[in-house]
Ligand binder design. Structure first.
Ligand code: NAD
Ligand code: TDX
Length: 332
């Protein structure tokens, strides 16, 4: 298969490209605008006869049309992805996440290209800490932030293009990813790189918010499974039973790096901060036979810490500007 991967120079997209090269015979074209979140270096070392990078915008209809015409499938990761940024300036979120997805869907429709849309569990809003239910494919949409509302909007566009125009599409909604190549603005890399630079981790609010962590490589294997065996028109939730509160994650990072487990600061909370996400991935596991490989979060986190320790040249250029943004918003 020839796969067009949008956002393939970002965190999860680049992990997917590495996974595809290692585990299949597919060839990949990455379409990525290389925003502040995209990084060419995340694709370094991949074979040139299997992976091509096209620097461009998913809002560029002519470019998207030309690329769609020569691929068998589109896997759509490109997005503005950070909640805090969406609170500071929602505009690029509406453009890239909603209008960009529309642009890709029109090309998939015209050229009858298989389409897989990457989305998030945040479209379902949040859960109470003691709620025994987790999100399923039947949970009602209830997004909280500009980011999650634009992702919800993009999911609904995909569903409409399936029903109205017969676009051959599937959707997946995944929980929080961790692993190599994640931008230092995000929670886990921010705290790891703070400690590596001799600074303290920063927990929003009380640190009791819960996220359901999955290794990015498990996300990739799930997406390949859906591309291979998924039923057209269906949505699949992806998760690995990895619920942890933010305080527990910071304590693990501090301990792994030889610091006292309480050497963190509580800082100003994120406005509208979702309390808890939790995914029930029974459908993907029972209907498509997928299982995650990274069962042990502490081990996966330790490997991720090692990656950031060994790859300072990858993250150091972004660290100062990222922390300056957090200082400006009082989250430092
Ligand atoms: P990221 O911010 O690390 O990467 C996004 C990539 O998209 C970057 O390389 C960026 O340059 C590119 N991009 C942005 N706007 C573009 C445009 N207009 N045209 C072309 N390229 C553009 O994001 P991520 O964390 O890797 O997330 C990837 C996808 O996975 C997103 O759709 C996100 O909603 C979804 N997702 C993320 C998580 C998570 O935990 N990070 C969880 C579930 C779903
Ligand atoms: O410095 C921090 N301190 C802190 O306590 C940062 C950056 C975050 N947090 C908290 C906020 C969240 O409760 O950590 C948790 C995780 O924060 P983020 O990494 O910003 O992720 P989140 O808002 O949960 O969204 C992520 O998962 C779902 C991705 O960024 C989204 O793209 C994805 O859809």
């Amino acid at each position: 298969m020839r796969i067009l991967v949008t956002g393939g120079a970002g965190f999860i997209g680049s992990n997917f490209v590495h996974h595809v090269v290692a585990n299949t015979d597919h060839t990949v074209t990455v379409l990525d605008k290389l925003t502040y979140a995209g990084n060419r270096a995340s694709l370094a070392g991949l074979p040139a006869d299997r992976v091509e990078l096209v620097v461009g915008d998913i809002l560029d209809g002519a470019l998207v049309d030309e690329l769609a015409a020569r691929h068998d499938a589109i896997v759509h990761y490109a997005a503005e992805s950070h909640n805090d940024n969406s609170l500071a300036d929602p505009s690029p979120f509406v453009q890239t996440n909603v209008v960009g997805t529309f642009t890709l869907l029109e090309a998939a429709r015209k050229h009858d290209v298989r389409f897989h849309h990457i989305s998030t569990d945040e479209v379902y809003g949040d859960l109470e800490l003691d709620d025994p239910e987790r999100f399923t494919e039947a949970t009602a949409y209830n997004p909280s932030s500009p980011y999650s509302s634009t992702k919800a909007g993009s999911d609904l566009l995909v569903r409409a293009w399936v029903r109205s125009f017969g676009v051959r599409a599937t959707i997946s909604n995944c929980s929080n990813n961790y692993g190599p190549y994640q931008h230092v603005e995000k929670f886990i890399p921010r705290q790891i790189t703070n400690v590596l630079r001799g600074e303290r981790p920063k927990l929003y609010g009380s640190g009791e918010n819960v996220r359901d962590w999955i290794h990015a490589d498990d996300h990739s294997s799930a997406v390949l499974t859906i591309l291979d065996k998924g039923v057209l028109g269906e949505t699949y939730l992806i998760g690995a039973d990895g619920e942890k509160n933010n305080r527990e994650v910071v304590e693990l990072i501090l301990t792994e790096l030889g610091q006292p487990s309480d050497a963190y600061d509580l800082v100003t909370d994120r406005p509208g901060h979702d309390l808890r996400y939790a995914i029930d991935s029974t459908k993907l596991r029972t209907e498509l036979g997928w299982t995650p490989r990274y069962g042990d979060f502490a081990a996966g986190l330790a490997a991720t810490i090692t990656w950031y320790r060994d790859n300072e040249a990858w993250w150091a250029p972004q660290k100062e500007a990222t922390e300056a943004k957090y200082r400006a918003s009082g989250q430092a």
